[in-house]
Write a protein that binds this ligand. Sequence first.
Ligand code: NI
Ligand code: MN
Length: 225
Amino acid sequence: MKLKYLSHSAFQITTENGKVILIDPFLDGNPNSPVKSKDVKADYIVVTHAHGDHLGDAFNIAKHSKTTFICVNELANYCKEKGFNAHNMHIGGQHSFDFGTVKFTIAHHGSQTPDNKYAGEPAGVILSIEGKNIYHTGDTGLFYDMKLIGEMNPIDYMLLPIGDNFTMGITDAVKAVELANPKVCIPMHYNTFPVIEADPEEFKQKIEAAGQKCYVMKFGEEIII
Ligand code: NI
Ligand code: MN
């Protein structure tokens, strides 16, 4: 499969069977995004929580795609209220789709829609596709159960925030990687706004000093995983 980093917390996965899954597609208002929502299509959009920099342009994309949203129950219902298809899930639950499985995890954060509606709990997500487990933590502070998450779902790729202020900063993110123990970690949620400026190379150096592997994806870069 292919993993493309659209900057911030937005990723695009394209599977061997041609399914496109977007995670947290914040594109048009994102100064680092290499693409605009009108140029993107998705079979599925996973949204970790309802903040504007995660729900982002999901509705614009879904308007010109045959998209199914995958979110926690309250946020899935919000998508349905707006007229879109959605599959309701919740934290701890796993479900199989035609591209692989999705399991939601806890995240310590908030979740309010851009029009100030309650959208349930924020989440992280583990996508199991073609034998690989990809853990996108969503926006979260550090929590010790990342160790349990890694033990129960051996992680190949951990996508985690390093930008501080709203989420973990570099020091806590290094500890998160130690706890979840992925094969490779990829930093996200940095340098989109001044308040979340962080140096991914500093993060990478600290990860490597701790004996773990880090790959810093460029904005718009696509890799085969
Ligand atoms: Ni957020
Ligand atoms: Mn965010």
